[in-house]
Structures are given as structure tokens and as C-alpha cells.
Design a protein around this ligand. Structure first.
Ligand code: NG6
Ligand code: CA
Length: 500
């Protein structure tokens, strides 16, 4: 009898002990994944023309990376890699997804949010999705839309299906479009015009923001988009309110889960096009809509920081702030971003930008704060790739995973030395580059040298390119001919990684 009693007491004690240490040791995790923000776009990285005090606060209270990379120079493949720990170029169909694409993340393989769920986290995605939705053939917008975020490991989802410049321009909460009137069903096409709503091409006089290239289809809220849609009038978003809507959902999720470990993947629309910020930011940067969108993004970050402070969970929250790809100025709308740049350098000294195989494509701003573990005001020049978030967060939360591409770089993420011998970069046309040691190699291939519309050098070249990033971080001198040995080594390494 006594023995049995002892056993019960011990069991209760050990369960109690387990749950206490469980709650305390697992930090909350917040990833603020911004869109198209360049290394030069935040004052923490030296920007002078625009001030980002809230973003800078993450750096001053935590860690600022100077050598961190997204896996790709566009959104869909970068996000695919972030959430799966796998290079997107291993899987067909992972380039910039049309707004009616089927879900591109397999539901039968473990993902980062799924792994964190198993580790006891409540998980949420708020903001831009752009990873496809629904079964093969794409989603039926008027019924339950699945598979989607909930099938790959999120407990809660509040998203825009694709991008701000792609139809359908509606929010989706879990399986449903928000405020959809069944009497006004949504139809979407990326092939041809459907319905009879005005388009940017046919009715430019109706636009409040003109397009500069592309973006000439259905007009929603005075802005023409990529793709055509009809119906869903009540459900359509107002671009000016988008940052408020997403921030509100993100804050609500944090509040609801402040007493248990949570993972929030907060993917902002800012500073992607169309840049139509709320009136409280319009004209405030003096740099046009792009600068104003940076101020709006900074406000968003401030709201997240304030919420963590108010709930007294900032100390035990690992907060990561970064971007999906490098900067672009004119990405298809006449929003005065070019004319009003005023000497601001979104990509810093880097060559290229969004879409590019040059550094401006994938080198991104990255700040990490975890007051319980990271010394305030640290700067790290350690090489880091976003493909490692998956394995690093698995290590943090005690989950065993198997991944060929994602390495456990937790110590790097918290301010230690690099754990990576190399970083792989993917440009818009899937050209690959590899950085190893001081050197960077870009594989040869066809394609225009410059995307004239966005005025960005893409890095395409029929000859192999080799740059010494240590002496030449702006990639001015192709040293391939002078260094055949190094060239051969990097080429071979890239081939090895591709084979893996
Ligand atoms: C391009 C769009 C660009 C942007 C990009 C995706 C045109 C001419 N350009 O095709 O505006 O939407 O796709 O950006 O349509 S990303 O950040 O989501 O990858
Ligand atoms: Ca992007």
C-alpha cells in the first residue's frame, strides 16, 4: 500500500516537474518575415534617409547579422525552403507561384511548423502565404480550401493567398475566405479575362496607382493586379488597412498564447508592391510609397515588440526579423519609389537586387533577439542561410529531424561562429550560386544580363563567374580566369550539393 502511494506521489511530482520545466525552457518563437526588404533599408544597417527605430531595437537588444542569406532571390522558393528546410530547386514548380496554384509543400513530409507542433507549440501563420493552396488544379475559393497551412503544421492561419499584387485580393482564415457572401462567389483566372470588371489595361482612368509593367488585369481598390477575378466584392481587402489587419491578428495570437509556447510566422505584405500604406504613413518618409511602406513595417514591428513587453514574455521569446529576398525599387507600379529615392541605397553596396544571382538577390537583413540567451548589441559576420532555421529550431526544441539541406546552426543563430562551410543561392531563373570561404561562384547560363523593367542586373552570363567577396563584396571583378583551381573546387562542390 505504502509502496503504491509512494509510486503515485513520485509520478505526480515528476509530471509536475516535467510540465514546469517544459513551459519555462521552451522559448516562444516569432519569425517576422518581411517582403523585398534590402540590407540597406533599415537604419540598424546604416540607412540614413529612412529611420526604423523599432526594427533597430531588435538589433540593439539582440544580434545583427551581416552575412545572412535567404535561399532564393524571390518569394515562393525562399518561403518553401524556410518552412521545409529543403532547397526549393530540388522540387519542380516552386518558382514564383500564380495566385491560383495548388499547395506546393507536400503534406506527407515534416515541416518546420509541424515539427514545432510536435514539440508542444501552438503554431500560426499570419500574412503573406504565396505557397499555393488546395489540391492539384488549385483551390475552389467558394468552399473549404484545403490542403493549406493547416495541413502542413499550423494550428491557426490568417493569410492573403498569394501576394498583394495577385488576385484573389481577399483574406483567408483557416479554411475559408473571410466575409465571403455565398451569393457573390469568387472566380479567378490567370489565363484570360473572366467577368466584366474593369482592368488596368482597358480602363487606366479608373486607377489610383498606375502600373509600370505587368499588373494590368482586374482593378481592385483602384489598383490593377496580376490575374483576373470576379465576385467576392464584400470580401475584398483595402490595401491601406492591410498592415493593421495583419498586425492585429498577430497580436491577438500572441495574447491568446502567452501562457504556452507558441510559434508565430508573421509574413508581412510590406514592403512588396503595391505599396499603398495607411494614410498615417503617407508622405512621412519623404521617399514616396516605398519609404512610407518601410515606416509602416517599422510600426508593425513596434506593435509586436510592445505586445511581448506588455505580456512580459519578451525575455523568453526568440524573435527573428528578416526578409525573403533582396530589394527592388520599381517592381511594377508608378509609385514614385525611383524618383524619390533621394540617395537611399536599398541594397547597400551590393550588386543586383531581387531576382538576381548577385548578392543583392539573396543577402538580406537579419536580426535576432532572445534576451535570455543573446547578449544585447552583438554583431555577427557569421555565414548563415535561412534553410537552417528548420534544423536549428528543432535542436532548440529537442526534436530529432532528418534533413539533407538544413543544418543545425542554433549556435550561429544565437551569436556563435558559423556552422556552414557554404551557402547556396538561387536566382529567379533558377541559376545557382555558391559561397564558400572568401569566394563566390555563379554557374553559367543563358538569360538577359539586366531585367530592364526593374532595372536590376540578374547575374546571367554564359561564362562562369567567380568573385572574391572578401575583397570585392560588390562583385565587380570576375576572377574565374585567374583562379581556375578555386573555380573548379566551387563548381565541384555545387555539383555535389545538387546530387545529394
Ligand atoms: C513578378 C511581378 C512582381 C512581383 C514578383 C513576385 C510582374 C511584371 N512582376 O512576376 O511584381 O509580384 O513577381 O514577387 O508581374 S515575390 O516577392 O512574391 O517573389
Ligand atoms: Ca519577396
Amino acid at each position: 500500500m505504502l509502496k503504491r502511494f509512494k509510486f503515485i506521489v513520485l509520478t505526480i511530482l515528476s509530471v509536475a516537474h516535467f510540465s514546469v520545466s517544459y513551459g519555462q525552457s521552451k522559448p516562444n518563437i516569432v519569425i517576422i518575415y518581411t517582403d523585398d526588404l534590402g540590407v540597406g533599408d533599415i537604419s540598424a544597417n546604416g540607412a540614413k534617409k529612412v529611420k526604423t527605430p523599432n526594427i533597430d531595437r531588435i538589433a540593439s537588444q539582440g544580434l545583427r547579422f551581416t552575412n545572412a542569406y535567404a535561399t532564393a532571390a524571390t518569394c515562393t522558393p525562399s518561403r518553401f525552403s524556410l518552412l521545409t528546410g529543403k532547397y526549393a530547386w530540388r522540387k519542380a514548380g516552386t518558382n514564383i507561384a500564380p495566385g491560383d496554384a495548388a499547395l506546393i509543400i507536400p503534406t506527407n513530409e515534416e515541416t518546420m511548423p509541424g515539427m514545432l507542433q510536435k514539440a508542444g507549440y501552438q503554431t500560426a501563420v499570419v500574412g503573406k502565404w504565396h505557397l499555393g493552396l488546395g489540391p492539384e488544379g488549385g483551390p475552389d475559393w467558394n468552399s473549404e480550401i484545403k490542403p493549406g497551412p493547416l495541413e502542413i503544421g499550423f494550428n491557426y492561419s490568417f493569410i492573403m493567398p498569394a501576394t498583394g499584387d495577385r488576385v484573389p485580393c481577399v483574406y483567408m482564415e483557416n479554411y475559408r475566405i473571410v466575409d465571403l457572401d455565398p451569393a457573390d462567389p469568387i472566380r479567378v483566372s490567370y489565363k484570360e479575362k473572366i467577368g466584366n470588371e474593369p482592368t488596368g489595361k482597358e480602363n487606366p482612368e479608373l486607377l489610383k496607382l498606375n502600373y509600370s509593367h505587368g499588373h494590368d488585369a482586374t482593378i481592385i481598390n483602384g489598383v490593377s493586379r496580376i490575374g483576373w477575378m470576379t465576385g467576392g466584392k464584400k470580401a475584398r481587402w483595402i490595401d491601406e488597412d492591410m498592415a493593421d489587419v495583419f498586425t492585429n491578428r498577430a497580436v491577438n495570437f500572441i495574447e491568446k498564447n502567452s501562457k504556452n509556447p507558441f510559434f508565430l510566422y508573421f509574413a508581412t505584405h510590406d514592403i512588396h508592391v503595391p505599396r499603398v500604406p495607411h494614410s498615417r504613413f503617407v508622405g512621412k518618409s519623404g521617399m514616396g510609397a516605398r519609404g512610407d511602406a518601410i515606416l509602416q513595417l517599422d510600426w508593425t514591428v513596434g506593435e509586436v515588440l510592445k505586445t511581448l513587453d506588455r505580456l512580459k514574455i519578451a525575455d523568453n521569446t526568440l524573435l527573428i526579423f528578416t526578409s525573403d529576398n533582396g530589394a527592388v525599387v520599381d517592381d511594377g507600379y508608378e509609385d514614385k519609389a525611383v524618383e524619390l529615392l533621394n540617395g537611399h541605397t536599398p541594397s547597400g553596396i551590393l550588386r543586383g537586387g531581387k531576382y538576381s544571382a548577385f548578392e543583392g538577390g539573396t543577402k538580406i537583413p537579419m536580426l535576432v533577439r532572445w534576451p535570455a540567451k543573446i547578449k544585447a548589441g552583438t554583431v555577427s559576420n557569421a555565414l548563415f542561410s535561412q534553410v537552417d532555421f528548420y534544423a536549428s529550431l528543432a535542436a532548440l526544441t529537442g526534436r530529432k529531424i532528418s534533413s539533407q539541406d538544413s543544418y543545425n546552426s542554433l549556435s550561429t543563430l544565437l551569436g556563435g561562429k558559423t556552422n556552414r562551410e557554404f551557402v547556396i543561392q538561387q536566382a529567379v531563373n533558377s541559376t545557382l550560386g555558391i559561397i564558400q570561404g572568401d569566394w563566390k561562384y555563379i554557374s553559367p547560363g543563358p538569360g538577359p544580363a539586366i531585367n530592364q523593367q526593374v532595372n536590376i542586373e540578374l547575374g546571367n552570363n554564359m561564362k562562369p563567374q567567380l568573385y572574391n567577396l572578401k575583397n570585392d563584396s560588390a562583385e565587380k571583378n570576375n576572377l574565374a580566369d585567374q583562379n581556375p583551381g578555386i573555380l573548379k573546387k566551387l563548381m565541384a562542390r555545387l555539383e555535389e550539393v545538387k546530387k545529394d
